[in-house]
Design a protein around this ligand. Sequence first.
Ligand SMILES: Nc1ncnc2c1ncn2[C@@H]1O[C@H](COP(=O)(O)OP(=O)(O)O)[C@@H](O)[C@H]1O
Ligand SMILES: [Mg+2]
Length: 375
Amino acid sequence: MAIPLRFDVPVGPDRMIDRRSELAELGRAAARRTAIRLAAPRRFGKTSLLKAHVAAALDAGHRAVLVDLSDVGDLAAVVARVAHAYRGLHPSAARLVSRVTRRAGISVAPTGLSLTLERAASTFPSREQLEPVLLQLLDIPAVLHRDDRILTVVCFDEFQDLLRGGSGLDGVLRSVIQHHGDAAAYVYAGSHPSLLRALFVDRERPLFAQALPLELGPLPEDETVDALVRIFDDEGFGSEDHGAALDLLVSELGGHPQRVMLVADRLLRRLQDGDVGDPDELFERAIDDALRATADLHRATWGARAAAEGHVLRLVAEGVSPTGADAQRITGLSASTLGQAAERLVEDGQHLGRDGRRWWLIDPLFTLWLRRSTV
Ligand SMILES: Nc1ncnc2c1ncn2[C@@H]1O[C@H](COP(=O)(O)OP(=O)(O)O)[C@@H](O)[C@H]1O
Ligand SMILES: [Mg+2]
């Protein structure tokens, strides 16, 4: 039986709520060979969108691939991830990947997560050995295109992690793809909006002005409620009260994609276990369950912050502007200390959002955790 709600893995195109305009925009950009940088906090549905973009590109007769760069630790890992992804593009790409890596004396583990040394090497391959391999791999879309004129759509996921493989790797990438013209269309997605932006808006960086920005916001509330109501209905929980609980859930969580799915999952489990109550009660219990499931994460986020930043997060969770007079009175901190801490958090883009005078915490469960905890 299919699991009705997914909150732990990217969703497939058939389960994706909305994102039509973003998908259309990615499609148009690919057709024009315009590169896109897609920035959004973690859990906003970037990988899900990239998968849908890949599926749409394949449907349109292009080649398409997702290269997952999340948490790569070194250049060897970058090579392994690219090799793993590109060998699936075409049988001749697979041959090319094997040839290139074999010549360098390395092979890619079936999972694509690591390189194995084939020759007895006393040391791990050096940057000098690996960089030419990476260059050749990255050029595969152009090699294939020379043969059959087919476009390759390449989506780099968690692209900012590329630099963990080496500080100049954006330059290495640029040196290859700048010659790709009609052969390839690139998407660079990342969970660290400021790091990602730095790669593309800093004049000193090789990828400066090489991609147009696309932002991924929360899900539209009405459509999300409708989708959830359909799922709950299929599971035998289609009453008006259940619908009202879902309404409450989506609006209280501000359409945060993963948080909505997580809390909806907790609600569904309760109903399946025979729990009953009015919409508010059901909603509250599902929130309690979700907070229990995520408490360790919130505690870690909280513990990692400097004191002033912690004050800012708590103020925003309580609905107090961190730059107003109340904030100074409540915390005893100066306007400049609070202002700088808030600036840092917004720049970091992981926890705090700001639009003019409106402040919000990106994770609505973190907001509730802060309001309810005694840290
Ligand atoms: N468009 C969407 N429709 C339904 N659920 C979504 C959507 N986007 C994200 N989600 C939910 O968020 C979770 C995380 O999505 P994912 O694509 O992995 O995000 P990211 O790559 O930004 O971290 C998914 O498991 C799913 O529950
Ligand atoms: Mg992702």
